[in-house]
Design a protein around this ligand. Structure first.
Ligand SMILES: Nc1ncnc2c1ncn2[C@@H]1O[C@H](COP(=O)(O)OP(=O)(O)O)[C@@H](O)[C@H]1O
Ligand SMILES: [Mg+2]
Length: 251
């Protein structure tokens, strides 16, 4: 019954693009591995060292598959400088009213229930980021984000947080500190090994367990894992490991 309160928040959710089978399977494997992490692991940050490694892509498809598998799941868009989910997936409210999101909530301009939206996926809700801001660090200084994640973890089995990259500012570390774990997305061949290693240390410093590393956009025609050497080095950090690749790389 509780859900009726959110009726007006229903959104029209544009098409999630069809993925090639190999990518779909990789996301599916990741979903299954996550489900073995235990019921304490609810708030999961999707992070990377640098922009454009595929965080949002991964977060969106993971959220989508989890919801389709019948798990109550919410995706929180917390890349507040650089979010493009609303435009990219053509997210809008059914009733045509102005949509509010993460930054509105953190700035005190909206309550949780005003930013939380339903999608056509019965078990998948979303908190979009509608207004990007120049300095979200200030918004993360209050306890509001933590309060949000705690409230959501009670309502949802999984709370995925699409975070800003670790490399630029400390926002990612701060958010990681409020999550039960992180999945590090690494863009194959693009991100130097040392940078990945530094990200692993940053997560350690933030007290955020590294749940696993996703090696994204692996070009299998070029011999797969390349310089990352199958990630043997990082293996001991993760409870699971997954990789996926999509077509022929850059678009
Ligand atoms: N495995 C993939 N195959 C093809 N394109 C991808 C893949 N992962 C990400 N992309 C594309 O790369 C671009 C950057 O990804 P995005 O998820 O927005 O990165 P981030 O959120 O880390 O900045 C987007 O256009 C996205 O659709
Ligand atoms: Mg992104």
């Amino acid at each position: 019954m509780q859900d009726f309160r959110y009726r007006n928040n229903n959104i029209e959710f544009g098409q999630t693009p069809q993925l090639p089978y190999s990518v779909q399977e990789a996301v599916n494997r990741l979903r299954i591995n996550i489900s073995f992490l235990g019921s304490d692991v609810r708030r999961i940050m999707i992070i990377s060292s640098e922009p454009n490694e595929g965080k949002s892509f991964l977060a969106m498809h993971l959220w989508n598959q989890m919801a389709e598998a019948g798990e109550k799941t919410i995706l929180v868009d917390a890349d507040m400088r650089n979010s493009n989910l609303v435009a990219k997936y053509d997210i809008k409210r059914e009733d045509g009213r102005e949509m509010k999101g993460t930054t509105h909530y953190l700035a005190g301009n909206a309550q949780i229930d005003e930013v939380l939206v339903h999608t056509k996926y019965g078990y998948g809700d979303l908190i979009p980021n509608v207004e990007n801001v120049i300095n979200p660090s200030l918004l993360l200084e209050t306890s509001k984000f933590e309060v949000l994640l705690e409230a959501l973890a009670k309502r949802y089995r999984y709370v995925f947080v699409d975070a800003p990259p670790l490399g630029i500012v400390s926002d990612g570390e701060r958010i990681g500190n409020m999550c039960d774990g992180a999945i590090l997305c690494v863009r194959s061949t693009a991100t130097p090994k040392g940078v990945v290693r530094e990200s692993v240390h940053q997560l350690e410093r933030a007290g955020c367990p590294l749940l696993g590393i996703v090696l994204n956009r692996v070009d299998e025609s070029k011999g797969g894992y390349g310089k990352y050497g199958k990630y043997g080095k990082y293996g001991h950090y993760g409870k699971y490991y997954s990789d996926y690749y999509y077509g022929n790389g850059d678009r």
